[in-house]
Design a protein around this ligand. Structure first.
Ligand code: 9MJ
Length: 682
């Protein structure tokens, strides 16, 4: 092995420079939320450092950014005694309780509450962490435990990329020699969803919520496992401090932590005077909660001046100078009344939990999706069970688990019905598939209704006024069997239906007439061919130019289309081999459906050919669907979810979880100006 003496001076200097640059760009990214260079450039720096360290192992230092995952699995965690106890927070569950907190502070400080300045913070729903920095280097990470003794999770916190291994600043000068930072480790919503997808795909139990996922991930004996979990951290205070001065206000300490390179939530506000202003913050954060990329379960108010904090002191295990003002719970217990079966457009069977109505986070929930049969088995759900219902931000409610101790003795395991509850056809589940399907096809009224709703929908034939309830009546009364029958409807037939007056019947006939003039991509999409979404429909139209050529194409020809794989090709081929489908298409064309000729495009020649783009947030200059169409016209593929294959994520205002996902995966993010640049290439 080479020793440090063998390392040429220029190599050692370059390694030092690379570490400094990487640390700086981490700081721009995780702390300032304002990256200066694209991710690809960051990756180049990182790889260059890795290569140098591989060539000269003596160059490796414990705080090198390449050394996040190194340690071997542990047998057990060691114990850590907290020099300064890690206290918890008292809770307020109502505005009244928060006001009461303000009155108590005012009384003890002997000043009017309006004169007390608070810092207000989001209360992250994760787990508390203590990070000990010695001479600016991360020396130890520990969980809170009981507040006095926690677990040593150093090797796991090192894998969390938003936690700096080395602080910015000079120890002994502007940086205390010993600094214990306190904060919350959490799992962003997008990372949580992706992790649970992976758990399900691997046949493992999904985590009930991001808090459990974060706690489970941090308390892994093997740091490799922790490293594979999308964890993050926000700092919210300090514990032990030696040989160094800190400011005399909490808000200034947070600002200092940020300067030292620690991520602090951008939602923190200081100079909030009196409790009424705190309550306004509570309301604003409650509204913002669905848009935040991570879960919060309330907000925290902290008296800002440290001399006032000292005067207020502590009660038992919580400071008197802070309070957590919680939001209504996102979890609730209720009873599972039934498991219903829903049949989708392509026959997919989705079990749905019918629940005794219960308030979850301020919304009444009476049903929840159960994904599929395996999910029910994994949760061991039985009708009559008491279940935990969980809502994450704006996400649809889910059943997170069962309270086994409350299971009624007669509760029986769920059995998937063998026959479709709507049409009586066999339900089949192919080997290796998670989804069971009704085999009735368009014989099944449920599938027929969904097919017609899809045909009429805005992005398909855009038949205004043909809503869900109307389609159901039309199918139930045998007026419409397939989409082509819509064009044979008369004003008299329509006017006889529930909630249809003469005028609305006339309007619908006019809308049907108007829909006849369409485009080939819309028509293809409207047919509801499995696996053919809007993007594939557009690509098919531009590749083949007309419907007859698509109808005639064999599987091989279809697979030659960019983005069409064997599954999609087979699905298209099979669709056009069904006499019934061809009949419906003929009837539709005979009814007068038409579209302008499509110019065949050589896809490889387009400027954005092969690029995968995801749009998120609100754009100012155009709608998202316009942006999508314009990008597709330039050859880009526009998809709905961010993956490693994504080339760019274009983020408008209020971008949501896709932006977080992009940042986690290191996908380059463009703003609206970046989008305009891409579009100008056309
Ligand atoms: C969380 N969980 O976000 C505190 N917390 O302060 C914030 N927790 C805390 N502050 C003192 N923002 C004890 C705990």
């Amino acid at each position: 092995m080479r020793t440090s003496a063998d390392i040429p001076a220029d190599i050692a200097a370059r390694a030092r420079q690379l570490r400094e640059q990487i640390d700086y760009h981490n700081y721009r990214y995780y702390v300032l939320d304002d990256p200066e260079i694209p991710d690809a450039a960051y990756d180049r720096l990182f790889r260059e450092l890795q290569a140098l360290e591989e060539q000269y192992p003596a160059l490796v230092t414990a705080d090198s950014p390449t050394q996040r995952v190194g340690a071997k699995p542990l047998k057990a965690f060691g114990e850590v005694r907290h020099e300064v106890p890690m206290l918890s927070l008292s809770n307020a569950f109502s505005d009244e309780e928060a006001l009461e907190f303000g009155r108590r502070c005012a009384e003890r400080l002997a000043i009017p509450v309006e004169q007390i300045e608070f810092t207000t913070e989001p209360k992250l729903d994760g787990l508390a962490i203590s990070l000990l920095y010695e001479d600016g280097r991360l020396a130890r990470g520990a969980t809170r435990g009981d507040g006095y003794v926690g677990e040593d999770v150093t090797q796991n916190v090192r894998t969390i990329r938003s936690i700096p291994l080395r602080l910015r600043g000079e120890p002994g000068k502007d940086l205390p020699r010993v600094l214990e930072v306190r904060g919350e480790v959490y799992m962003p919503k997008a990372g949580f969803e992706a992790l649970n997808e992976r758990q399900r795909a691997a046949g493992e139990k999904p985590f009930a919520n991001p808090r459990n996922a974060a706690a489970g991930s941090l308390r892994q004996l093997d740091p490799q496992v922790t490293a594979s979990r999308p964890l993050a951290m926000y700092a919210y205070g300090v514990g032990q401090v030696e040989a160094g001065e800190l400011p005399d206000r909490h808000s200034a300490i947070l600002a200092r932590l940020r300067q030292w390179g620690l991520p602090v939530s951008p939602e923190v506000r200081d100079g909030v005077r009196g409790i009424e202003a705190c309550l306004a913050y509570h309301r604003a954060m409650k509204d913002k909660r669905p848009q935040l990329p991570y879960e919060i379960d309330g907000v925290v108010y902290k008296v800002d001046r440290l001399d006032q904090q000292e005067k207020l002191g502590f009660v038992s295990r919580a400071p008197r100078w802070a309070i957590a003002h919680k939001f209504p719970a996102q979890e609730a217990l209720t009873r599972l009344l039934a498991i219903d079966i829903q049949v989708g457009r392509t026959g997919a069977i989705t079990p749905v939990a019918r629940l005794e109505p219960v308030e979850v986070g301020g919304v009444t929930v009476s049903s929840a999706t159960l994904h599929n049969e395996d999910e029910i088995r994994r949760l061991d759900l039985r009708v009559g069970d008491t279940v935990i219902v969980y809502r994450a931000g704006d996400v649809i409610p889910k059943v997170a688990g069962v309270v086994l101790s409350r299971r009624p003795p007669e509760a029986k395991p769920f059995e998937m019905p063998k026959k479709c509850p709507v049409c009586g056809s066999d339900i089949v589940r192919l080997e290796g598939h998670a989804i069971a399907r009704c085999s009735g096809g368009l014989y099944c009224p449920a599938q027929r209704k969904e097919a017609i709703k899809h045909f009429a929908s805005r992005r398909a034939m855009d038949i205004e006024g043909l809503g869900e309830k109307l389609v159901e009546q039309l199918v139930d009364r045998d007026l419409v069997h397939d989409p082509a029958d819509l064009y044979a409807l008369t004003v008299e037939q329509l006017a006889g239906l529930e909630r249809m007056a003469q005028k609305s019947a006339e309007n619908l006939i006019a809308a049907l007439e108007k829909s006849k003039s369409t485009t080939l991509p819309r028509f293809l999409f409207a047919l509801g061919i499995r696996e053919v979404g809007e993007t594939t429909a557009s690509i098919l139209a531009e590749h083949f130019g007309d419907l007859k050529a698509i109808e005639a194409a064999d599987v091989e020809t279809l697979q030659a289309v960019p983005d069409v794989g064997p599954v999609v090709a087979n699905s298209i081929y099979t669709f056009f081999r069904q006499p019934h489908n061809l009949e419906v298409i003929d009837k539709l064309l005979a009814a007068g459906i038409r579209w302008p000729k499509v110019a065949v495009k050589k896809p490889e020649a387009l400027p954005l050919a092969g690029k995968v783009i995801v749009l998120t947030g609100t754009l100012q200059g155009m709608s998202r669907s316009e942006a999508k169409q314009r990008l597709q016209a330039l050859g880009a593929k526009v998809t709905g979810s961010v993956s490693k294959k994504t080339d760019w994520v274009i983020a408008g205002t209020d971008p949501g979880s896709k932006l977080t996902k992009a940042q986690e995966l290191g996908v380059e993010v463009l703003d609206e100006a970046g989008l305009m640049e891409l579009l100008q290439q056309g």
